[in-house]
Design a protein around this ligand. Structure first.
Ligand SMILES: *Cc1c(COP(=O)(O)O)cnc(C)c1O
Length: 379
């Protein structure tokens, strides 16, 4: 089945009692048993809920995986993966990382004796060099946030597996429409469903998708034991969002190209980070592993002054200044003070993240209007 058909049909079934074509919101905490232990597969909604089951199955189908697991947020999904580890274990992660991932690694899990090393992951050799016999996980994001580096998933999977570690790919920026990391050797795909997958800025949720039955069992055990699971209403909203994922991603990518090309030729703009440019250092890898290049990008103004960036951000009319990304509406952000403020200034500089960098999540409005807004803000 092709992607668009799967986005609409995979994993979901008409409701067995009424035939409702849309998955009902099973707003219930418990399920009546006929006799002790004699139930219909549902006992308690932290463990299983029918709305969640259909979403988990839909996600697994879209990522070409076997099992999906949903969480109350992307962070709860990350929390679940790291709880596979034990004190003394090590993780090698990309140094151009979502700020919240950096925070949970260094501020929550480091104190339980798990060691995190951050490397520029678009360089597979840097990953190999950072691995030790205690390395259990390699943590990649691609494209990265906010510098849009592209990591060669196949190359990193080989390095991880050669060292006996699992590869986790945070696929939030790309979505399975643009790339399917499990097909390239990743062991776990992680999502903040809050972003493109939900797609309408109306829900906070996360997910994990895996192929391996035993790994799924271990993660499902932690999911139920720790309890960071979502409610059925939120699952319904993401199920609805998924049905237009392919159409939205096509438009995000088209608008992304129009906006990136406009910015690149603007006299006030010094540098645009977008993997669709042939001049992007990882463009060849992006072309091989991605279907298109998406609507995430960042740019730096000439002079690299924070005040100039702030002035542009204040002038935007359509690019609302807000945390988050991946919704139908265009958003702008200032990573140094917003999404990446939890990363120390020195680490940010080491990763090449300028304090005047502006990040855009290009929405699915008409490109002409978006460009007009950029023109007036850069004025
Ligand atoms: C937002 C985000 C997360 C965290 O997800 P929440 O749903 O906000 O908890 C993780 N990774 C990336 C790349 C994100 O953009």
């Amino acid at each position: 089945m092709k992607f668009g058909t799967k986005a609409i049909h995979a994993g979901v079934h008409p409701d067995p009692t009424t035939g409702a074509i849309m998955t009902p919101i099973y707003q219930t905490s418990t399920y009546v048993q006929r006799s002790p232990g004699d139930h219909k597969g549902y006992e308690y909604s932290r463990t299983h809920n029918p709305t969640r089951t259909q979403l988990q199955d839909a996600l697994a189908a879209l990522e070409n995986g076997k099992h999906g697991l949903c969480f109350a947020s992307g962070m709860a999904a990350i929390d679940c993966i790291i709880k596979l580890l034990e004190p003394g274990d090590e993780v090698v992660a990309t140094n151009d990382l979502y700020g919240g991932s950096y925070r949970i690694f260094t501020k929550v899990f480091a104190k339980y004796g798990i060691k995190f090393t951050f490397v520029p992951m678009h360089d597979a050799e840097a990953v190999r060099a950072a691995m030790t016999e205690r390395t259990k996980l390699v943590w990649a994001e691609t494209p990265t946030n906010p510098l849009l580096h592209v990591v060669d998933i196949r190359a990193i999977a080989e390095v991880a597996h050669a060292g006996g570690a699992l590869l986790v790919v945070d696929n939030t920026f790309a979505t399975p429409y643009l790339q399917t990391p499990l097909d390239l050797g990743a062991d776990v795909v992680m999502h903040s469903l809050t972003k493109y997958m939900g797609g309408h800025s109306d829900v906070v949720m996360g997910a994990l998708i895996v192929q391996d039955d035993e790994l799924h069992q271990r993660l499902a055990f932690i999911q139920n034991a720790c309890g960071g699971t979502p409610g059925p209403q939120d699952c319904f909203l993401v199920l609805r969002g998924l049905k237009t994922l392919h159409i939205r991603m096509q438009r995000h990518s088209e608008n992304g190209r129009a906006v990136a090309e406009y910015l690149r030729q603007h006299p006030r703009v010094d540098k645009v980070y977008w993997p669709g440019f042939e001049s992007h250092p990882n463009h060849q890898v992006a072309r091989q592993q991605m279907r298109d290049f998406g609507g995430m990008m960042s740019f730096v103004l000439k002079g690299d002054k924070v005040e100039d960036a702030v002035a542009v951000l204040e002038k935007f009319q359509l690019f609302s200044l807000a945390e988050s990304l991946g919704g139908v509406e265009s958003l702008s952000g200032h990573p140094a003070t917003m999404t990446h403020a939890s990363i120390p200034a020195e680490e940010r500089r080491k990763a090449g993240l300028s304090d005047s960098l502006i990040r855009l999540s290009v929405g699915i409005e008409d490109a002409e209007d978006l460009i007009e807004d950029l023109a007036q803000a850069l004025g």
